[in-house]
Design a protein around this ligand. Structure first.
Ligand code: F6P
Length: 367
């Protein structure tokens, strides 16, 4: 159905980038241009561009040759939130204010009839708040963390998983040569999806995730059982959000007053030191970091991004605002934005994936 009231879509990418964003932008633009004959305005650098009025009409040329490119041609940021934006300074402190009305006026001035927000939970939450204030908004879920409950998969996850699995494969050979314990720290915030999937795919011996508390004794018991069986090396994957025994998280950096900007990182180093002391096995650490967010998207992420982009334009043209594209089984579907942002998807410690891993001998450090 072609809605004659919708003549121009606006699109922005918010939050941390991930491979597949350009596939979405391309799919939105091509579907808008060629299927519906309407325009697409690219809003730069996430909600920052909306607040500061930075945007440009996209052309077919702009979106050609970008399907295989990581990153986002629109730029992104995980800092700018129209509902909490720096509006000044007082006594050396930033003063925060709600500039959402300015963002909405800008949207109107830009001639945007429907706003498509490609983001993780933070950006989708903002999209939902704007929708509640009357903005015809549609969401597309992205994050390497795969932690949005309303969709089976987010694009970006598969590419991150490939990068992490490749790293485990490489660590395997050197671990074997030196009879060492190799620990790989992966991203995922406080969800263990990247660690669990890459650990399974890479044949890790120990996987530590935020959802399953571990003890050093259980991890050391696994390493010593392997040595007794003649296996002198071990591979561990640890999620950046895994809690140390006692419940503590390890941060690289804490940004005062904004938990969304706190940077997890460093848990592998802490765990390595204690495991080396307790087990006597020489241990080395690799922190994969932002390599997981970069590079060429896998075919799965390109296809999922394309399907989500097409779905978002269809929702816009059908007047189905306040919704998010999602994947359920094999089908691309939609859910209300409210449902999309209400619950984080975390690993079920008793679920089939964890059971499968335990069945093939993986230790989660819990038993
Ligand atoms: O949410 C994606 C993610 O890569 C997390 O896995 C990680 O904790 C965080 O973003 C890192 O954010 P930044 O790029 O701001 O350091």
């Amino acid at each position: 159905m072609n809605n004659p009231k919708v003549k121009r879509l606006g699109i922005l990418t918010g939050g941390g980038d991930c491979p597949g964003l350009n596939a979405v932008i391309r799919a939105v633009a091509k579907t808008a241009f060629f299927r519906y004959g309407i325009e697409v305005l690219g809003i730069m650098d996430g909600f920052g561009g909306l607040i500061e009025n930075r945007c440009a009409l996209l052309t077919d040329r702009d979106v050609s040759g970008i399907l295989h490119r990581g990153g986002t041609i629109l730029g992104t940021t995980n800092r700018d939130n129209p509902f909490r934006y720096p509006v000044g300074e007082k006594d050396g402190q930033i003063v925060w204010g709600d500039v959402s009305d300015r963002a909405i006026t800008n949207l109107r001035d830009m001639g945007v009839d429907v706003l498509i927000v490609v983001g993780g939970d933070g950006s989708l939450h903002i999209a939902h708040e704007l929708y509640k204030k009357g903005v015809p908004a549609i969401g597309i879920p992205k994050t390497i963390d795969n932690d949005l409950s309303a969709t089976d998969f987010t694009f970006g996850f598969d590419t991150a998983l490939n990068t992490a699995t490749d790293a485990i494969d490489k660590l395997h050979t050197t671990a074997e040569s030196h009879h060492r314990m190799m620990i790989l720290e992966v991203m995922g915030r406080n969800a263990g999806w990247i660690a669990l999937h890459s650990g399974l795919a890479g044949g890790a011996d120990v996987i530590l995730i935020p959802e399953i508390p571990f003890t050093y004794d259980a991890v050391c018991a696994k390493i010593s059982a392997r040595r007794q069986a003649g296996k002198k090396f071990s591979i561990m994957v640890v999620a950046e959000g895994a809690e140390l025994p006692g419940g503590e998280l390890v941060y690289q950096d804490k940004v005062a007053g904004n938990p969304l900007l706190d940077k997890l990182g460093g848990v592998a180093g802490v765990v390595a030191q204690i495991i080396q002391e307790k087990s006597g096995v020489e241990t080395r650490v690799t922190v994969l970091g932002h390599l997981q967010r970069g590079g060429t998207p896998t075919p799965f992420d390109r296809i999922l991004g394309t399907r989500f982009g097409v779905k978002a334009v269809e929702l816009a043209m059908n007047g189905e605002f306040g919704k998010m594209a999602c994947l359920h089984g094999d089908l691309v579907d939609s859910v209300p934005l409210k449902a999309a942002v209400s619950e984080q998807k975390r690993v079920n410690p008793h679920g089939e994936l964890v059971r499968a891993a335990k069945s093939v001998g993986v230790s989660f450090g819990d038993e």
